[in-house]
Design a protein around this ligand. Structure first.
Ligand code: AMP
Length: 253
């Protein structure tokens, strides 16, 4: 069985995001970009399933500009067998929406016919948490979102998901879509020999037009602004002073 994993290139989680002076978006030039952390977890899970003998091939796919090839190389260095790059240069005012990505992944799924599609539960740049669900809807496949454990047998996937007050266990008929939560696994680091090996693995390039997908966006970003600066705090000399302020200034007591 083949597993298709969707990986997105985002501003690295450790970078302090800055808004561009013209307020059209966030600064990405000369900023460290990395694979979305939930997508790393998705790649790791696919690799573990292949290593356990439950899958035979792991294919990584991304939609993005030419620089997104770095993200695919990372997936290949982690151990993915091959990759597909859907080239799209985004216009900051008309970003690619989750529905457009879902339509592209839908077209890839029809071509590649994977038994399982794994996505991150959310991209840390847009925080949408929509693509996996929309993709499952378009494919009419069952979905296991926010997975914290995945067990595969030939025709079924058992998925544990953390819900309020406990763990829900669901059983999905394959093919299915799974989105990864933080506790699913700890992604591996790519070793130097695997980074070298990844250079010779195949990245197939296609465009949304090749896939017959219309990615026009009906949403326009009007402005991006920094959150308001927090006011400086005050240091109080005693608990009595604190209680007085809470009572008479904040009026919360
Ligand atoms: P989102 O719905 O935008 O929060 O993204 C959820 C997941 O969808 C991500 O973790 C990826 O697995 C996938 N995804 C979103 N955008 C892309 C993209 N441009 N290329 C590949 N996968 C994507």
């Amino acid at each position: 069985m083949k597993i298709l994993v969707a990986v997105k290139r985002v501003v690295d989680y450790a970078v302090k995001v800055r808004v561009k002076p013209d307020r059209t978006g966030v600064e990405t030039a000369s900023v460290k970009m990395s694979m979305n952390p939930f997508c790393e977890i998705a790649v790791e899970e696919a690799l573990r399933l292949r290593e356990a003998g439950a899958a035979s091939e792991v294919v990584a796919a991304t939609v993005g500009p030419s620089q997104s090839a770095d993200t695919l190389r990372t997936a290949l260095a982690m151990g993915a067998d091959r990759a597909i790059h859907v080239l799209h240069d985004p216009d900051p005012a008309r970003p690619l929406l989750p529905l457009a990505v879902a339509k592209i992944l839908h077209a890839l799924a029809l071509q590649e016919k994977p038994g399982l599609l794994i996505l991150g539960k959310q991209a840390i740049d847009d925080d949408c948490n929509q693509t996996g669900q929309m993709l499952a809807g378009l494919l009419n496949w069952p979905q296991g979102t926010f997975a914290s454990k995945v067990i595969l047998d030939k025709e079924k996937a058992t998925v544990e998901r953390e819900v309020d007050g406990g763990i829900e266990t669901i059983c999905l008929d394959l093919p299915a879509v799974i989105t990864t939560d933080l506790r699913l696994n700890q992604p591996r680091y790519a070793t130097l020999p695997n980074i070298m090996k990844a250079k010779s693995k195949v990245i197939k390039k296609v465009t949304p037009e090749d896939l017959n997908v219309d990615i026009r966006s009906d949403m326009e970003v009007v402005q991006v602004t920094e959150p308001p600066k927090r006011k400086a705090g005050v240091i109080l000399s005693s608990v009595d002073e604190l209680i007085d302020k809470l009572k008479n200034e904040a009026r919360v007591l």
